[in-house]
Design a protein around this ligand. Structure first.
Ligand code: PMP
Length: 301
């Protein structure tokens, strides 16, 4: 297992900064027993100027608040104060390229009634930017994404991730790198922790919102497409359509933009380095690092 903290690690806990090894949480929490919590996955990057910058911090903390609202969890923090606390966590742990994990959790409560308070922890650990040169062997999962009529699927809630864990473990047990889950109507949905796009004839396609987590990276990819005038369409995607694709990729805060080699042993025909998807991957890397592209570089990119 990865090592997320050591004896010196500092976390933000309910308004203060404490050592991770000394922090306490209530083992009678409704979050532990029922998966009733909300969280975020955020990244900070060492930018071109050497500064540490949290990528789309406002969007992530706003989503945390919206996730809490969707779950009826009290939420007493502002996005501004949590961003400030996060920068402080990064500073106190000497982190620049990091993964940041805020979790909003519930008090002791074995019933299903609403709580009058919530708690928050912000943890961070080192994570180097991913170079994205390895392509993934993806497997169509036997698990579907949760039915949106049974879950608030647009919320990043702890309990939803049992579905992700099952799907990811199944794919790895079968020798694949990652799973691809369909929605309850068997349309292509997303990975266990990332959205997906496929490329066909120089155009990109991605599942419409409704059965997927509305990813912040997905939104960034759509912005890149607009900026670079790459044609992109949000639509319902069948698995047969996807098997005819030139190439495909996952995108998410942790995954960044990572290409696929194959889906269920069908290898995608397009060489990653010649794809429009690769252009998106490069653009994403530059955006998170706030790299200024000179016009000359742009031509040859
Ligand atoms: N789908 C799921 C199920 C996820 O867990 C994530 C990661 N948060 C994503 C998509 C991608 O979202 P984002 O780009 O906001 O990280």
């Amino acid at each position: 297992m990865a090592s997320y903290y050591n004896d010196n690690t500092i976390i933000y806990l309910n308004g203060g900064f404490v050592k991770a090894t000394e922090a306490k949480m209530d083992l009678y929490s409704q979050s532990l027993h029922y998966g009733y919590s909300v969280f975020e996955g955020i990244r900070s990057y060492k930018t071109e100027t050497g500064e540490t910058k949290i990528f789309k911090a406002v969007e992530h903390f706003n989503r945390l608040q919206q996730s809490a609202a969707a779950m009826n969890m009290p939420y007493q923090w502002t996005t501004e104060e949590l961003i400030e606390a996060t920068y402080e966590v990064l500073k106190r742990n000497n982190l620049q390229d990091a993964y940041i994990r805020p979790v909003v959790y519930a008090p002791a409560n074995m019933s299903f009634v609403k709580n009058t308070e919530s708690f928050i922890v912000i943890e961070a650990w080192e994570m180097q930017p991913f170079l994205g040169d390895k392509l993934l062997r993806v497997m169509t999962s036997s698990f579907q994404r949760p039915n949106p009529k049974g879950f608030k699927i647009e919320a990043k809630a702890g309990g939803h991730y049992v579905n992700s864990i099952l799907a990811s473990q199944e794919a790895k047990a079968k020798g694949f790198d990652e799973a691809l889950l369909s929605d309850m109507n068997d349309f292509v949905a997303e990975g266990p922790g990332a959205n997906m796009f496929y490329e066909k004839d120089g155009r990109l396609f991605t599942p419409s919102l409704g059965n997927i987590l509305p990813g912040i990276t997905r939104a960034t990819v759509l912005e890149i497409c607009e900026e670079l005038e790459i044609s992109v369409e949000e639509k319902l995607i069948t698995s047969n359509e996807l098997k005819e694709a030139d190439t495909a990729f996952f995108c998410g805060t942790a995954a960044e933009v990572i290409g696929w080699e194959s889906l269920d042993e069908t290898v995608f025909p397009k060489t990653w380095n010649n794809s429009v998807s690769k252009t998106i991957q490069e653009a994403y890397k530059n955006i998170v690092a706030e790299k200024i592209i000179t016009p000359a570089e742009q031509i040859f990119a």
